[in-house]
Design a protein around this ligand. Structure first.
Ligand SMILES: C[S@@+](CC[C@H](N)C(=O)[O-])C[C@H]1O[C@@H](n2cnc3c(N)ncnc32)[C@H](O)[C@@H]1O
Length: 143
């Protein structure tokens, strides 16, 4: 769990009474990411965007790799597209394998894995907050 914890809504909250008074009331490393993961999809000017029309965000694969595998494990994506899964696996010290039917995507996947190895893979920072439009934004539907 620890590698995929996310910040709590009220970090640093402590018990205010009882035998644990003064101690942290939640894990200081963060909370369980839960069942609903809010991760922006890859489109338009997203830093990870390639020519692939339905590319995974690196962060999505990273969370799965970190939660479900150990360093040195082999991560396989038989429909790897432009290689998001192998790239994210390699970033975290896993081995990776993939298959893809479109040669152009395989070429990009190889380039992205090489970037992952050299530490230059473009990726949206995991710490960047997800944009939430203000209640007055024209993007927010009012009833
Ligand atoms: C949803 S996309 C995967 C995108 C990928 N997760 C990424 O981030 O780039 C599915 C991919 O499977 C590939 N595909 C479809 N049939 C395939 C097959 N029989 N063997 C290998 N790849 C295939 C498609 O070309 C497509 O790129």
């Amino acid at each position: 769990m620890d590698p995929v914890r996310v910040p709590q809504k009220y970090p640093g909250k402590r018990h205010f009474k009882g035998p644990h008074k003064g101690e942290y009331s939640a894990n200081p490393l963060g909370k369980n990411p839960g069942d609903v993961w809010i991760i922006p999809n890859v489109k338009h000017n997203h830093p990870e965007k390639t020519v692939h029309p339905c590319q995974f965000p690196v962060e999505l694969v990273e969370r799965l790799v970190l939660a479900l595998t150990r360093r040195g494990d082999l991560v396989l994506d038989p429909y790897m597209g432009v290689g998001t899964t192998p790239a994210a696996a390699v970033v975290h010290g896993r081995r990776a394998a993939g298959a893809e039917i479109v040669p152009e995507y395989v070429k990009i996947a190889r380039e992205r894995v090489a970037q992952a190895v050299s530490g230059t893979l473009p990726a949206r920072p995991r710490s960047r907050p997800v944009y939430v439009p203000s209640p007055n934004s024209p993007l927010v539907k009012r009833s």
